[in-house]
Each structure stands twice: as structure tokens, then as C-alpha cells.
Write a new protein. Structure first.
Length: 483
């Protein structure tokens, strides 16, 4: 029945008839999410009704005849089919999809079921489980038609759905943990090589990617999780290597016949775009697949116009004092502007890197851990306390100081950059300004070790800034809140 909703005034189908009038579906769903202490009876429960002044109140005080208690667990909230709450409905859906044929959940998947039930917001899980590809994958894994291995999932599509499911399986311990970016790169490489028509080019690129790039990426992944920028650069190397082979073939030569004139012409046409091919060219020279030729030297580009120190400090004070800004962005901004941390490193921090002994808060950026001055320390304390309430801070991903949306993954560095720019913090210029000031206050090796930089980087910055290394850093500056 189409009626005017008593709450939003919109003309829509009626979902309920409560004491305040007809309720549309949107307002009904919204009312089913309101919980708290009823101002009329002082009971902590669901507050779907409305007082005469518009304040949410419980169903008893609102005179709503229908109850909203789950017939199985007794939880008061939105009820779905069979008068079951979302949590119980989710449990039944998982039991049905992960049935191994015996009427029971396959034992291997019990940890996955637990993590999905513990995540909170069961509605989002129920929506995800309606995806036909998710249904097919879960049923295939439960019955054994899809091998419960990384290789087995590697053969499945679509890759985004498979990637999310794989993250959940690793996060719950059902599958051994493998670097996510490495897995995504392997899938990309398979698809990329499938587009190479020339058999010789295909074989050469496969050898380069397998024997050189994958070995290098695996070695890095053993030390620390790979970042997206690392695999993106590796993809560019493969792409430009394939482009070079095609370009050289158009000139009538194979890789073994390449000449210096070819190398010069290739780079002259577009040096910046084609520079990633040099990794492939060096590998070909080293392995005897092409003559030893000279590649153009790397060009060291100067940083963009640096942020003046007084401007950096002004931005820092504003970020620390403005409570209207998002807490996560404020904490990240402090690490950029005060400790010269790149966003790619910030997103890799874990909660174990932050230590609070109630007197001092330290964050492990290098060795030794760096103490946070006030009010940065209070800001960090507040942020760490707020993390359990973040929708994305679930399961293993809660170990990341800046958790991402995907299970077990940190926040995307690009997303953090966007958040910083929204609050007026230029990440690159702010970091450059901070490190240039820091190297004037202490010897470059000390700064490098404490902040996780390479000695050569800080030494170069000292030279550029005209520093003398003659004095150590004073006590960490204090940025008092304005009254």
C-alpha cells in the first residue's frame, strides 16, 4: 500500500503501521538500527519508536504492538525470514553454503564461519553471500570440486571476488598466508602473457618475469609485506619489456641483434615512459641474450617546491587543534609533518609499533622508538581507543594501525594521501620539509636510524640544506593546544 511516511514524508510503500503512523521501508530499516537507553523507561534496548518530541524510544513506551525479538537467540533487532535476526540468518546461510554433503559444515571451514560471524554488521555479509560467484566458490570449496589451495583459487574467476575470499581464508587460518600483492601480481602476469602472440617474445618475457622478477618480489615479501607501488612498478617493467620487443621486431631485429642505435632511439622517443624496460634490458645483457650496450643514466629530479618550515608548523598546529577533522587523518598528518614519514610506511605500522606506558607514547619508526610530544600523544591514544569501533578494523586487519577495507590488509596508501589532502596536508611536500629540518638538528645517521631512512638519503639532504651535524636534536617540540 502506498502511503505518506509519518517520519520522512515520502510517498512510498508502507512497511509498518506504528503509533506515529505509516512507516516506509527506509525509515523502518533505520529504526531497526537505533539502540540505546530509552529516555522513558531507562532500559537499554532497541529504540524503534518516537516520543512526541521526536526522541527515539523503545517499542513498549511507543505502544508498538509487534515485538522484534529473534525466535532463536532472543536478540532485539531487525528480523528476517522465520523471525530470525541477521546474525542467525547469516549462520544458517553459511551452514547451507558450506555443507560438505553430510548436512554439516566442512570442518576445514569452521574458522572461516567464526570470523564471518564475529565481524559485525551481518547485513553486509548477507549481501555478499547473495553474489552468485561467491555462492559457486563456497560450494565448490566445501564439496571439494575446487581445491582448497592457493593454486586452486588461482584458476577461478572473477579475480576480485576470488581475491576477497582468499583474504578471508588466509585471515581465518584456513589457507596459509601468502603476500596478497604477490598473488595479485601472479594473476596479472598470467593474463598479460596470454596477450603476447609471438612465441619467442612470450617465452622470453615469461623467463624474465619468473626467474628475475618473481624471485626478487618473493625475497622482499619474506622481509615485509609488499606494497602496491612495488608490484605496479614490476608490471610496468613487463609491459615496457613487451613493448620494446615489439618495437625492435618492427625494426627487423631480434633481441640478440639489438644495437646501440636501437637502445638510443628507443629511449629518445619517450625516456620517462620507457625507462622501466631497462630492468629487462639489463637482465638480457647479464644472461647473454643480447649484446652488452649502454643504457641512458638515471636522471635525478629535484623535489617539487618545498614547503616552508613556518607553513609546515602552521599546518601541524591546525591539524592538532581542529577536533572537527577525522581522527585517522590527523594522526597520519602528525607522522608526516613531525616525523617525515611517507604514507607508504605509515600504512604499514601496526598497533604493536605503538607503546603507551601511561606517561609516554612512543611509535616505532626505526630504532629507538620515537616519543610523541603532546598533544600528538593524546591524539594517538584517542585513535588507538577508537579503532575497535571502525567498520574495517576486523579480525587480523585490526593489527594494522591504519586497517584497510579488505580483511588482513592495511589501508591503501593512495587512500591515505587523498584523506590528507582533504584536510589541507600535502604529503610529499610536508614530509620533505620535515626531514630537511630534522637533518639540521642531528647527525644524518641518527635521524636515518630513528626514522627508518637510509643513511645516504639523510646525508644528501644535509648537504642540500647546508647542515653541519654539529648539534643533536633538542627535546621534541611541544605543540600546546590553543585556548
Amino acid at each position: 500500500m502506498i502511503r505518506d511516511c509519518a517520519r520522512c514524508g515520502r510517498r512510498a510503500s508502507k512497511s509498518a503501521e506504528w503509533s506515529d503512523g505509516p512507516i516506509c521501508r527506509t525509515c523502518y530499516d533505520r529504526a531497526m538500527r537505533i539502540r540505546g537507553r530509552c529516555p522513558c523507561c531507562d532500559t537499554d534496548r532497541l529504540l524503534p519508536g518516537r516520543h512526541t518530541d521526536g526522541t527515539p524510544i523503545c517499542r513498549d513506551c511507543a505502544g508498538i504492538a509487534r515485538d522484534f525479538f529473534c525466535d532463536r537467540c532472543g536478540f532485539e533487532g531487525l528480523l528476517l525470514g522465520g523471525r530470525l535476526c541477521e546474525h542467525c540468518t547469516l549462520a544458517d546461510t553459511l551452514a547451507r553454503l558450506l555443507d560438505d554433503g553430510t548436512g554439516r559444515i566442512a570442518s576445514n571451514f569452521l574458522p572461516l564461519v567464526k570470523i564471518l560471524l564475529d565481524m559485525g554488521r551481518p547485513k553486509s555479509r548477507l549481501i555478499w553471500l547473495r553474489n552468485p560467484n561467491v555462492v559457486r566458490l563456497l560450494r565448490g570449496l566445501a564439496t571439494g570440486s575446487i581445491p582448497l589451495t592457493h593454486d586452486g583459487l588461482h584458476q577461478e574467476t572473477p579475480w576480485r571476488t576470488v581475491t576477497h575470499l582468499r583474504d578471508l581464508l588466509m585471515d581465518s587460518g584456513v589457507l596459509p598466508r601468502v603476500d596478497r600483492q604477490l598473488l595479485l601480481y601472479q594473476r596479472w602476469l598470467t593474463e598479460r602473457l596470454a596477450t603476447i602472440e609471438d612465441p619467442g617474445h612470450h617465452q622470453l618475457l615469461r623467463h624474465f618475469a619468473t626467474w628475475h622478477q618473481m624471485r626478487r618480489l618473493r625475497a622482499k615479501a619474506e622481509k615485509a609485506p609488499l606494497g602496491r607501488s612495488q608490484t605496479n612498478h614490476t608490471k610496468q617493467e613487463v609491459t615496457q619489456a613487451g613493448a620494446f620487443l615489439g618495437w625492435l621486431a618492427d625494426r627487423g631485429r631480434a633481441i640478440g641483434q639489438c644495437q646501440q642505435a636501437d637502445i638510443d632511439a628507443w629511449h629518445t622517443e619517450s625516456l620517462a615512459t620507457r625507462r622501466p624496460s631497462q630492468s629487462f634490458l639489463r637482465w638480457c645483457m647479464k644472461t647473454g641474450r643480447m649484446p652488452r650496450l649502454t643504457l641512458p643514466p638515471a636522471v635525478i629530479t629535484q623535489d617539487s617546491e618545498p614547503l616552508h618550515q613556518h607553513r609546515r608548523l602552521a599546518i601541524l598546529r591546525r591539524v592538532l587543534n581542529d577536533d572537527s577533522l577525522p581522527l585517522r587523518a590527523r594522526v597520519a598528518a602528525a607522522l608526516v609533518l613531525l616525523y617525515a614519514q611517507p604514507v607508504s610506511r605509515i600504512v604499514r605500522l601496526t598497533i604493536d609499533d605503538v607503546t603507551d606506558d601511561e606517561t609516554t607514547v612512543t611509535v616505532r619508526l626505526g630504532e629507538p622508538p620515537s616519543p610523541l610530544p603532546e598533544p600528538v600523544a593524546d591524539l594517538m591514544r584517542a585513535y588507538v581507543r577508537s579503532r575497535p569501533q571502525m567498520p574495517c578494523a576486523s579480525s587480523r586487519s585490526s593489527q594494522w594501525l591504519f586497517p584497510g577495507r579488505q580483511p588482513g590488509q592495511p589501508m591503501n596508501p593512495v587512500s591515505l594521501q587523498v584523506r590528507l589532502r582533504r584536510i589541507g596536508v600535502p604529503p610529499q611536500r610536508g614530509r620533505t620539509s620535515a626531514i630537511r629540518q630534522l637533518v639540521l638538528q642531528a647527525p644524518a645517521p641518527v635521524i636515518a636510524k630513528a626514522l627508518g631512512y637510509h643513511d645516504k638519503t639523510t646525508t644528501r639532504l644535509v648537504t642540500e640544506a647546508g647542515g653541519t651535524w654539529s648539534r643533536y636534536a633538542p627535546a621534541a617540540p611541544s605543540f600546546r593546544r590553543t585556548q
